[in-house]
Design a protein around this ligand. Structure first.
Ligand code: AMP
Length: 507
């Protein structure tokens, strides 16, 4: 049942070319829509999952995006839903997606392949008015596609009942985990009937995800569309080593890399939303056709940008991981990582945007001296060393010098060193003064201090705190010696020398 294939959708590369869509048990209406949609051969996950879903069995699909997993659940669900009717506020099936874009994509899939069946659906995602969504729910829907937070909002407002859910799909579960949705997912599971059929998809299986599947899936059919964390062999991967971590250099290097290849359309991934904005703006200023997409941008703008990119009107999309996760943009020629992602799983997802459906793709990852650990993790996970590319216009990195932190990193390192040197000097002075201080004194202020040798005198520009510490000492230096103050020198108690505490002195 397990396919050892990579995520390629190349029909030629499928392990069982004899299997056709006609063999999977789908209805004539669905098959017609599939053929019109341009699919000829089922992908490995479709071939393995569709018959199981139609039988009513739970499925655990370990599959990345790009494997055709969406149709592996939408096609059989369309047929399951063909019989029966929806009731007000009680959806018959529920699909949970981590992002609005993915939810919208799944909705499109239902429209495309369910066009010969009369299905009603609702999309519950943020950024869309509650009123419209409430009206749809009230009429009753066959398919409810939702992000977990929005779904629970509707539930709490009493607009929704999940007790009629016959099939529940959790898609991109590992991304849900990254986004902190797992408690919501558990809650939603508990709101649905335990007799439901569950289809659960995740690209990777970290322990938290395994725990959920053990708790909520019943004897699932486990299907792996690709070995976890492998990258499609249709993608040529390269890293570009940078001499420093300075953002300006990095942006210049990015431009040099883009210029070095024939980019039909590409996605640039950044780890931070702020970088997404900065990189997109900088590229635009340099004359590139680029636009940003990340979670903080207005939903309508995100949709518009994505539509422009899909239609070929926009050439370069600069994206954050969350916004771009699972985006169905079938023909991306290049993926650029402005920096390696912090999690190696994200690397697999990012470069999975290219080399899809058997096409050739290429990825470039910019790696500064501070990113080497992330690169190591990626190479460990994918099990191969990524080839280093030397790009014209990108200064050669001092590879092999682990201490060279370059650019901003070097400055930070220098400042750190200066700071710790100053700190240790200060500490030494205090240690010295402490050593000179009487240990048993109750009146330390009254103890005269030996004058400092010139070398140990504090420089003029010593920090303020030092000056404060010094103030009482100066006062004390003006005090006359003990004898002049009329104190007897013969009143010393053995063991204390000159440092005898005041309370022990004979009156
Ligand atoms: P997914 O993994 O579901 O995001 O699908 C990735 C891409 O593959 C989408 O563009 C689908 O339209 C496409 N696709 C899905 N199934 C097939 C198939 N059987 N043949 C060709 N392309 C497909």
């Amino acid at each position: 049942m397990t396919s050892e294939n990579t995520a390629s959708l190349d029909a030629e590369a499928a392990p069982a070319p004899q299997i056709t869509f006609d063999d999977l048990g789908l209805s004539a209406e669905t098959l017609r829509a599939v053929k019109e949609g341009g699919y000829n051969t089922p992908t490995p996950i479709q071939a393995a999952a569709i018959p199981e879903v139609l039988k009513g069995r739970d499925v655990l699909g370990i599959a990345q995006t790009g494997t055709g997993k969406t149709a592996s659940f939408t096609l059989p669900m369309i047929d399951i839903l063909a019989s029966g009717r929806s009731r007000a506020r009680m959806p018959r099936t529920l699909i949970l997606e981590p992002t609005r874009e993915l939810a919208a994509q799944v909705a499109e899939s239902f429209d495309k392949y369910g066009k010969y069946q009369k299905l009603t659906k609702a999309l519950l995602i943020g950024g869309v008015s509650f009123g419209d969504q409430d009206a749809l729910l009230a009429r009753g829907v066959d398919v409810l596609i939702a992000t977990p937070g929005r779904l629970l909002d509707h539930f709490e407002r009493g607009k929704l009942l999940l007790t009629g859910v016959q099939v529940m799909v959790v898609d991109e579960a590992d991304r849900m985990l990254d986004m902190g949705f797992i408690p919501d997912i558990e809650r939603i599971f508990k709101l649905t009937p335990f007799t439901r059929q569950t289809l659960f998809f995740s690209a990777t299986m970290p322990p938290e995800i395994t725990r959920i599947t053990e708790a909520f899936l019943s004897n699932p059919k486990r299907i792996e569309a690709s070995r976890p964390a492998t990258t499609a062999n249709t993608i040529t991967q390269r890293v570009v080593m940078l001499p420093g971590n300075d953002p300006r250099t990095r942006r210049a290097a990015l431009r040099a890399v883009i210029n070095s290849v024939e980019v039909k359309n590409g996605i640039i991934f950044c780890n931070r939303k702020t970088d997404v904005d900065v990189v997109a703006l900088s590229l635009k200023r340099h004359g590139y056709d680029a636009a940003p997409i990340h979670g903080d941008l207005d939903q309508s703008l995100r949709t518009k940008t994505l539509d422009r990119f899909r239609s070929g009107d926009l050439k370069i999309l600069v994206a954050s991981d969350v916004a771009a996760r699972g985006l169905d943009v079938p023909d991306v020629s290049h993926v650029f990582n402005y920096e390696p992602p912090r999690s190696p799983d994200d690397y697999v997802h990012r470069i999975g945007r290219t080399g899809r459906a058997g096409r050739q793709g290429a990825s470039f990852t910019l790696v500064g001296p501070g990113d080497k650990k992330s690169l190591d993790l990626i190479e460990k996970l994918t099990g191969k060393e990524i080839e280093k590319a030397q790009i014209e216009g990108v200064p050669e990195a001092a590879i092999g010098d682990p201490n060279d932190r370059g650019g901003r990193g070097r400055r930070a390192e220098e400042l750190k060193k200066e700071h710790s040197k100053r700190l240790s000097e200060k500490k030494q002075r205090f240690v010295k003064r402490d050593a000179e201080r009487p240990t048993a004194s109750m009146e330390p202020i009254e103890q005269p201090e030996a004058p400092q040798p010139p070398s140990e005198r504090k420089p003029r520009n010593e920090p303020r705190r030092e000056k404060h510490a010094e103030a009482p000492r100066r006062e004390q230096e003006r005090r006359p010696p003990r004898e002049e103050r009329g104190e007897r020198s013969g009143d010393q108690t053995p063991g204390f020398g000159d440092n005898m505490p005041a309370f022990l002195r004979k009156k």
